[in-house]
Design a protein around this ligand. Structure first.
Ligand SMILES: C[S@@+](CC[C@H](N)C(=O)[O-])C[C@H]1O[C@@H](n2cnc3c(N)ncnc32)[C@H](O)[C@@H]1O
Length: 254
């Protein structure tokens, strides 16, 4: 994955999370005796701290954290990179699936504009699979995704002075075959209303009405290539796991 990059190498991760994945690539560069500058972009200060700690042990690496949205962080980091050398942008964990197709195209074009010809983009994407397998990940038996979904209400209560009754909403994940996406909803279990004090609004729900909290688009491997190629890249290599559940594709900027 790092072989096509010219020295000095810059790695940049959009939404770095814990930083464990970018650390693996930085390790691969160490074994090739190459120094590397890393830009970490995340909206979450906790994620940045964790990633900086993960990478702190690598002495051939210099790290700059950007607490920013993907777009702002990308613009800052692009301005700071050296005039020569290769850049590898990582957008992993299937985060691209949270964008609808027109927004994906716009976002990938923005990434492309921050890059130079020959720079690389490594993109993770969740692949289409049998519906029962797709939904199991969003209706997991331990209720992890349900808790993640309801955390939106917890945060609105805490940070926006809202009064959502958590027990009166149920997490639901459905596969929308026409749009090829998993949708997560919080379904109101009764007629009710909630105040969101800091937004100065009150929202009424009928029983069965839902808050649509997230979409996660799924792709065929060739669709990933088509989507990204339309933004000014060509595909260099693609890897899938043996069950073809997930694809990692390496693109080069044209
Ligand atoms: C699902 S985690 C993925 C972490 C890592 N890339 C991986 O694949 O394991 C998504 C990360 O993106 C960050 N994030 C989500 N939306 C963001 C945005 N619009 N701008 C910047 N960071 C964002 C979150 O804080 C989180 O750390």
């Amino acid at each position: 994955m790092v072989a096509p990059l010219q020295d000095p190498v810059t790695l940049l991760e959009l939404g770095c999370g814990s930083g464990e994945k970018i650390a693996l690539l930085a390790e691969a560069l160490r074994s090739r005796r190459r120094r590397v500058a890393i830009h970490l972009i995340d909206i979450s200060p906790t994620a940045l701290e964790l990633s900086e700690r993960t990478l702190g042990a690598l002495e051939h690496v210099s790290v700059v954290g950007h607490r920013a949205t993907y777009e702002e962080g990308l613009r800052h980091a692009a301005r700071e990179r050296p005039p020569h050398g290769g850049l590898l942008v990582l957008f992993l964990g299937s985060n691209i699936g949270n964008f609808d197709p027109p927004a994906s195209h716009d976002f990938l074009s923005e990434i492309r504009q921050a890059m130079r010809p020959g720079d690389a983009l490594l993109l993770g994407a969740d692949l289409i699979k049998p519906v029962d397998q797709l939904l199991l990940a969003y209706n997991d038996p331990l209720g992890v995704t349900a808790a993640f979904d309801k955390n939106l209400l917890v945060r609105m209560n805490r940070e926006l002075g809202a009064d959502f009754d958590l027990a009166a909403f149920e997490h639901q994940a459905i596969w929308n075959p026409g749009e090829r996406r998993v949708e997560m909803h919080l379904v109101s279990l009764r007629d009710q209303s909630a105040q969101i004090r800091r937004a100065g609004i009150s929202v009424a729900f009928e029983a069965g009405e839902s808050i649509w909290t997230e979409s996660s688009y799924k792709y065929e491997p060739h669709e990933v290539v088509e989507l990204v190629s339309a933004a000014g890249f060509h595909s260099h290599a693609q890897w899938t796991d043996p069950e073809a559940r997930f694809a990692l594709t390496l693109f080069l900027a044209e």
